[in-house]
Design a protein. Sequence first.
Length: 162
Amino acid sequence: MRKERLLLLVLLVLVFIGRMMAEDALPSLFKVVKPISMEPRRLALETSGAFENDGFRIRDGEWSGTLSKGAPLFLQVTLFAGENYWFVAASPTTGAMLHVTVYDASGKPIKSDLWHNTVNAEGTRSATGVAPTQSGKYFIGVEGMRGPTEGTLDFSLVYCYK
């Protein structure tokens, strides 16, 4: 008799869980994540290829994210004195403007070469070149300066070194 009651209880619990997992309950149980666009990465790698022609090597890996107007994102990297670096950001959003800035450990921008921002039908691209005089931690800031809308801006950042 006890086994039958236990089996009935388990069966009722399973039915209850099944009802909770009905289609109406799914959005509250699972967070739907949109697929990551590969277009910002493609544009950034395509742009960094120009630096590769000058002897730079593209660093394995990239950073992608979403920018909001007036809210830059920062990436901490270790850079070495005597090396040259180019940081390339790209977004497929037409009419947007990206700005890449390199800061030292104290938060001060370091001297850099700006590769002009390019805006065309494929999106926008921006690059900043630096040659640090000291090895250490640096911060790369990526900021969406303007865009066609007040919404967010998908981007990707890659860097080259030699």
